[in-house]
Design a protein around this ligand. Structure first.
Ligand SMILES: Cc1cc2nc3c(=O)[nH]c(=O)nc-3n(C[C@H](O)[C@H](O)[C@H](O)COP(=O)(O)OP(=O)(O)OC[C@H]3O[C@@H](n4cnc5c(N)ncnc54)[C@H](O)[C@@H]3O)c2cc1C
Length: 503
C-alpha cells in the first residue's frame, strides 16, 4: 500500500473533490516527477505501457467469468460501454458446485437465456445423518439443476453478444489505483501475470472465493466452509431412481449437510461443513456415498472448494473497484447457495460500474460505489442476515429443523416457495409473525447479531482482522482482508496482495 493511500483511507474520508486520496501532495509530486524513471533513466516498463495505451482505456474491466463476472459484463455491455472480461481459465471450465438453480437465479438471468437444465426437481428427500428419511413432493418444479461449465459458458456468450470482449488465459495478479502504472486519477490499472497492464475507468472483481480483487478491496469474512463434491456417473437404472428428486442430509458436524443432485446419467454428490474439519468432512462424504450405495461407482471428478461469507460491515468497493459474487463474500450463509447471489450482485456491479466509469473525480466515483453497496446491502445483505440466523439455529438444532421441514406442511411450503423464488427467507421472516417470533426466540439463545457467521465459523484471524492494517480506501469501511487458501490450499495466494499493490 502506498503511503498516500494509507493516510486517507476510510469512510470518514469526506474531503472535497481534489483532496485525498487522489489529490494528495504525494501524488501531485509523482505526476511530473522523474520518480517514474528509475535506476539511471531506465523507464519503468509499466509506465511506458500505461502511457502507450492511455488512449485504449476500457470503460469497465471485469475480472473472472463465472456467473457474477458474466452478469456484470453483460449489464455494462448492454449499457453500451466498452467492456473487457478477463478469465484465467479456458472456457468452458469446471467449477465445484451442485448446480442448483433456484427461482432468484432464474429471475436474474439475461433476457432470452435458456437454462441448460439437466433435471427439474419435483421432490426432496430429507434425512438426518441418514436416518428419518422423508420425501416431500411438489407438482410444480421446485428448482433446476445445471452443469456449471455449460451454464457459465452460456452466460459469457450472452455477455459477448451484448458487446463485451472476452480474454481467456488472462490471470489477473493485482489491481492498482495509484502509482506509476496509473496514468491519471480517472483510471485503474489491472495487471496480468504476464506483466501486461490493462487500463479501465472501473473494475469489477468477480474472481471467486479466493479473490485477489477482494483482497485489494479488503473484503472481510465471517464464515468459511469447505465443500467437497464427487461427480458420479451411474447406470441408467440408478439414474432413473433419482430423476426429478434430490436428497438433502443434515450432517454430523454442526452446520454441515450433504446432497445428491441428479443430472441425467451423473449424480453430483457433495457435503459442506465449516473449514478446519477437513478430515471429518472427507469422512462424511465417504460415509454418505457408501450409505447411498454409490461407493462402487468411480467418480469422474472429485474436488473441493471453500465458500466464504462476508461480514455485515465488510467493504464492497475501493476507489474505482467494485466486488461481487463470491469475491465479495456474497453467499447464502445457511445453504451456501451462491449462484443467485453472484448473478444478482454481478448485474448490480455492472450497472454501477458504468456510473463509476463516468465519474470524473474521486468524490463522484465514491458516491456511485456507495450506491452499489447500498443496493447490495438492501437486498442481499438483508437476506444474508436472516441466513446467518437460520444457520445458527441449524447448527444447534438440526433435528428440530428436520422435524419441522418434514412434519409441518407450512414449513415445507415455505421451503418450496423459497426455492421456486416466489418468496425470500428475509421477506418471510418480515411478513410472517410466527416465523419472526420463533426466530427471535431462538436468537435469544445464541448471539447471531454480530454480522459474523455463527461463532465466526472457519475464519482465520487474518480473514477477520487484517484489512484495517492495510488501510483499505473504502466508502463503507476500512477493515477487512482475506486469506487465499482454497480447498487445495494453492489457488490465489493473495493474503498480502493488497499490501503489495501500491494501492
Ligand atoms: C461444493 C459447492 C457446491 C455449491 N453448490 C451450489 C449450488 O448448488 N447452487 C448455488 O447457487 N451455489 C452453489 N455453490 C456456490 C456457487 O458455486 C458460487 O457461489 C458461485 O460459483 C459464485 O459465482 P462467482 O461468479 O462469484 O465465482 P466463480 O463461479 O468462482 O467464478 C470466478 C471466476 O473467476 C476466475 N478467476 C479467479 N481468479 C482469477 C484471476 N486472478 N484472474 C482471472 N480470472 C480469475 C475463475 O477461473 C472463475 O471462472 C456451491 C459451492 C460449493 C463450493
Amino acid at each position: 500500500m502506498s503511503s498516500e493511500h494509507a493516510g486517507n483511507a476510510g469512510p470518514e474520508n469526506t474531503e472535497p473533490e481534489g483532496a485525498a486520496p487522489e489529490g494528495t501532495g504525494a501524488e501531485a509530486a509523482r505526476d511530473d516527477d522523474p520518480g517514474t524513471v528509475e535506476d539511471g533513466g531506465v523507464e519503468d516498463e509499466a509506465v511506458r505501457d500505461a502511457a502507450d495505451g492511455a488512449a485504449d482505456v476500457w470503460d469497465v474491466v471485469v475480472v473472472g467469468a463465472g456467473p457474477a463476472g458474466a452478469s456484470a459484463a453483460y449489464a455494462a455491455a448492454v449499457a453500451g460501454r466498452r467492456v473487457l472480461l478477463l478469465e484465467k481459465s479456458e472456457l468452458p471450465r469446471y467449477k465445484t458446485c451442485g448446480g442448483g438453480i433456484i427461482g432468484p437465479s432464474r429471475d436474474a438471468l439475461p433476457p432470452g437465456f435458456e437454462l441448460p437444465l439437466q433435471d427439474r426437481v419435483h421432490a426432496v428427500t430429507f434425512s438426518l445423518e441418514g436416518r428419518f428419511a422423508r420425501t416431500r413432493r411438489s407438482r410444480r418444479m421446485l428448482f433446476g439443476l445445471i452443469n456449471r461449465p455449460e451454464f457459465d459458458a452460456q452466460l459469457v456468450e450472452h455477455a459477448q453478444k451484448a458487446g463485451a470482449e472476452l480474454r481467456t488465459g488472462a490471470t489477473v495478479i493485482r489491481v492498482e489505483q495509484h502509482g506509476p502504472a496509473v496514468p491519471d486519477r480517472r483510471t485503474a490499472a489491472v495487471v496480468l501475470a504476464d506483466g501486461e497492464t490493462i487500463l479501465a475507468r472501473a473494475v469489477v472483481g468477480a474472481d471467486g472465493s479466493a479473490s485477489r480483487i477482494g483482497a485489494h478491496v479488503g473484503v472481510k469474512m465471517g464464515q468459511v466452509d469447505l465443500g467437497l463434491e464427487a461427480e458420479i456417473p451411474v447406470p441408467q437404472s440408478v439414474a432413473e431412481d433419482w430423476k426429478g428428486r434430490v436428497l438433502i442430509d443434515w450432517g454430523p458436524m454442526p452446520g454441515s449437510y450433504g446432497w445428491v443432485f441428479p443430472k441425467g446419467d451423473t449424480l453430483t454428490v457433495g457435503v459442506i461443513s465449516a473449514r478446519g474439519e477437513g478430515a471429518a468432512t472427507k469422512r462424511y462424504l465417504e460415509d454418505f456415498v457408501a450409505r447411498l450405495g454409490l461407493a462402487g461407482f468411480e467418480p469422474s471428478i472429485s474436488s473441493g472448494h471453500l465458500t466464504r461469507c462476508r461480514t455485515d460491515d465488510s467493504p464492497l468497493s475501493r476507489g474505482r473497484v467494485l466486488v461481487c459474487g463470491d469475491a465479495a463474500g456474497l453467499l447464502e450463509p445457511w445453504t451456501r447457495e451462491g449462484i443467485s447471489y453472484a448473478l444478482r450482485s454481478g448485474r448490480l456491479a455492472g450497472e454501477w460500474a458504468v456510473r463509476v466509469a463516468e465519474a470524473n473525480d474521486a468524490v463522484d466515483a465514491r458516491r456511485q460505489a456507495l450506491n452499489y453497496a447500498f443496493a447490495v446491502k438492501a437486498g442481499l445483505g438483508v437476506e444474508m442476515a436472516v441466513g446467518r440466523r437460520m444457520l445458527a439455529v441449524f447448527e444447534r438444532r438440526p433435528g428440530l429443523l428436520h422435524a419441522t421441514l418434514t412434519g409441518l406442511r407450512p414449513a415445507w411450503n415455505a421451503f418450496a416457495d423459497i426455492t421456486r423464488g416466489s418468496a425470500t427467507l428475509g421477506g418471510m421472516v418480515r411478513s410472517n409473525g410466527l416465523a419472526r417470533r420463533a426466530l427471535e426466540l431462538l436468537d435469544k439463545r445464541m448471539d447471531t447479531s454480530s454480522g459474523v457467521g455463527p461463532a465466526g465459523r472457519g475464519v482465520t484471524a487474518k480473514e477477520r482482522d487484517t484489512a484495517g492494517s492495510r488501510g483499505a480506501e473504502d466508502t463503507e469501511g476500512t477493515e477487512g482482508a482475506k486469506g487465499s487458501e482454497d480447498a487445495k490450499g494453492s489457488e490465489g495466494a493473495n493474503g498480502s496482495e493488497g499490501a503489495g499493490t501500491g494501492a
